[in-house]
Design a protein around this ligand. Structure first.
Ligand code: SF4
Length: 467
């Protein structure tokens, strides 16, 4: 048995931020090469601290879904996963045995040499008859003076594409460092120019900053009076959203497994946790705000407040992904980065098989089954606030200065709408939903949303609830 974990950044504010990682996970699931493909996030759930616990096998390969190496891939992700590694990741990745699982952590997909083909595929979409006689290629990166590694990948791709001889010129240009993208008319001579943004997703930079800096007005822009004569620019979509990235991810994962030999086994604690959930589901019962009802071989999930409503009155979904999509926002359409907030929307029902139930519940309440079961077995370790705060780096270092009183004030605002009980703050949870208390979920460690709110409070000195 083998598990593949894709790690994305996610967002506390923007529900679309995790979309690209969702889509790659779905593409990779369809390929069927791994027994499971799950996602983990820095700012959504399952969080990086929880995600390994949610894997079903003892053989886990973790791929950072980032376009280049940097702070997240070298500092935040290894630290939060507990890999005991900081700094540049070697080409062969980092392998550790953690809690009985063999975990292999790789370089981000963006630095894999296979991305050269993805750049080429994007260039051909924008200009199918690109030719070495009259077409220049610009590989466009973000660049930053803070991290040398972020431009290395742009230069190495540009070198490989230059060697291919498919273009008359190949240039590496950047938004935030020299050579800057705005200087392209002086550098590029060919009459036709394809621009491929080496970015992870469509966003502010690809939709606004790059077109503005280059003077583009859409997918094709003509420049009749450039220094080297008339030129036409063909603007491609970013590489990070191309379906071929799924192939790059699989190559990366297989290279990391290398000569691993046999697959892993079923992870026993994980399996026991889900057996406990299936036991509850077969009887029918509540989990948080959700009612689970067995119906001749399938299970129906709905908001507990919709109990008794006819099926025709509710929007029916029949896949775990469908359940994920109807519950990602609250009734007002707001993003729910903390899934255990009592803001589950009403008006839907999910009909799932027993196999799908596991993935559906994982999307609905990530890591809750595993953590609740572990809590019942007294094996869920709690991380006190002081330890969580000490671990923070970068802009979050500041939270180490928060007083106990400030932390408690934030908790009154942030944690009150949450179903979880703050074990990390010394609160007691005698029984969980698995032992018959529907709304009882453990919280072993302050979530990243909480950490971000403590930081906001310190910066703005804004009053929290109760002031
Ligand atoms: Fe919920 Fe608070 Fe725990 Fe975050 S820290 S998961 S808001 S109880």
């Amino acid at each position: 048995m083998r598990s593949l974990v894709l790690i994305g950044h996610g967002s506390h504010l923007n529900g679309e931020s995790a979309g690209a990682v969702f889509r790659y996970a779905e593409l990779l699931r369809e390929r069927g090469l791994y027994d499971e493909v799950i996602e983990g996030y820095w700012k959504e759930e399952p969080a990086l601290r929880q995600v390994l616990r949610t894997t079903a096998s003892t053989d886990v390969t973790v791929i950072p879904m980032f376009i280049s190496e940097g702070y997240f891939t070298e500092t935040v992700i290894p630290r939060e996963l507990g890999l005991g590694h900081q700094g540049p990741v070697p080409p062969e990745g980092v392998a550790r045995v953690l809690g009985g699982r063999t975990v292999r952590y790789t370089l981000p997909f963006g630095v894999h040499p296979g991305m050269t083909d993805v750049i080429l595929a994007r260039a051909r979409e924008a200009l199918p008859d690109a030719s070495p006689e009259d077409t220049a290629l610009i590989v466009l990166g973000h660049g930053t003076t803070r991290n040398e590694n972020s431009h290395k990948v742009i230069y190495s791709n540009a070198d490989r594409l230059r060697e291919s001889g498919l273009f008359s010129e190949v240039h590496a240009l950047f938004l935030d460092e020299d050579p800057r993208v705005g200087t392209w008319p002086d550098r590029v001579r060919a009459p036709r120019v394809v621009v491929v943004p080496f970015f992870a997703s469509e966003g502010w930079h690809t939709l606004e900053t790059i077109p503005e800096d280059m003077g583009l007005q859409g997918e094709v822009t003509r420049f009749p009076d450039n220094p080297h004569g008339p030129q036409t620019v063909y603007y491609a979509r970013p590489v990070g959203t191309h379906p071929a990235v799924a192939d790059v991810v699989l190559h990366l994962a297989e290279e990391a497994r290398g000569a691993a030999g046999r697959d892993g086994d079923v992870e026993r604690a994980h399996d026991s946790a889900w057996q406990a959930l299936i036991h509850l589901a077969r009887r029918g019962g509540r989990m948080g705000e959700v009612l689970i009802t067995p119906h001749s071989g399938v299970y129906e999930l709905r908001h507990a407040l919709d109990e008794g409503m006819g099926g025709a009155e509710l929007h029916t979904v029949v896949t775990p992904e469908g359940l994920r999509d109807v519950t990602r926002r609250d009734a007002a359409g707001n993003h729910r980065p903390v899934h255990t907030y009592r803001t589950l929307p009403r008006g839907w029902r999910a009909v799932l098989s027993e196999t799908e139930l596991r993935r559906g519940v994982h999307f609905l309440y990530p890591a809750v089954v595993e953590e609740s079961y572990a809590h019942g077995c007294h094996s869920l370790r709690h991380t006190p606030w002081a330890t969580t705060a000490r671990r923070q780096t970068g802009i979050y270092t500041r939270v180490q200065r928060a007083t106990q009183e400030q932390v408690e004030r934030v908790a009154r605002t942030v944690c009150t709408p949450c179903l979880r009980t703050r074990l990390w703050a010394g609160e007691k949870l005698p029984r969980t939903f698995l032992e018959g208390v529907p709304g009882a979920f453990p919280c072993a460690e302050a979530c990243t949303y909480f950490v971000a709110e403590v930081r906001e409070t310190l910066i703005s000195k804004r009053p929290a609830a109760g002031q």
